[in-house]
Design a protein around this ligand. Structure first.
Ligand SMILES: [Zn+2]
Length: 178
């Protein structure tokens, strides 16, 4: 991955918008953006862009350089994109996601879970919770469908696949010569 791809990806994680992040990096000149110009080019309302830049600054991915007035008295605000921090930011995010998946994996392998047979997003109960609800009948409180045990094999397989992707991404980040 090129340095430019890394910073686009890192900004996209914060903005939750890959094409917006790409445009930001492309419109910047030598990594510096002027806020008013960005507003126009990205077609974002001023407050939205400002909040986005602050969120990026919280992660040290951009830094506000300062303001100055142009000849017509307009206040210009400059921001610099910290390309160098993209890699460590992404590694941290990937590691967080990995930790979360590992916890989920442990939780899945340690107990049996029951979900609504019609729509698993309706309810998810542990075996113990199912036992305490026996009196009410084993039905979904949302739609009344039966509860059924979760197919753990499938979930574990999916978690392992995601872990695999994350591990490869982390390896390739660490393998990047900087
Ligand atoms: Zn249901």
């Amino acid at each position: 991955m090129s340095d430019e791809d890394l910073i686009v990806l890192a900004l996209a994680v914060v903005a939750r918008d890959l094409s917006l992040a790409r445009k930001m990096v492309n419109f910047a000149r030598d990594g510096v953006m002027e806020e008013g110009e960005m507003q126009e080019k990205l077609k974002l309302p001023p407050t939205e862009l400002r909040q986005l830049l602050y969120r990026m600054q919280d992660s040290n991915l951009v830094v506000q350089l300062g303001t100055k007035e142009d000849e017509s008295g307009n206040r210009l605000t400059y921001w610099r994109i910290n390309k160098d921090l993209a890699k460590s930011f992404l590694a941290r995010k990937f590691n967080e996601a990995r930790e979360m998946l590992l916890r989920r994996r442990e939780e899945e392998s340690s107990g049996e879970y029951y979900v609504c047979a019609a729509d698993p997003t309706h309810i998810r109960l542990s075996f113990d919770e199912v036992i305490t609800r026996m009196d009410d009948g084993l039905v979904c409180p949302v739609c009344g469908a039966m509860l059924e045990p979760v197919d753990r094999g499938k979930i574990l397989e999916e978690i392992d696949r995601m872990l695999d992707v994350l591990n490869k991404a982390l390896e390739s980040l660490e393998g990047e010569a900087s």
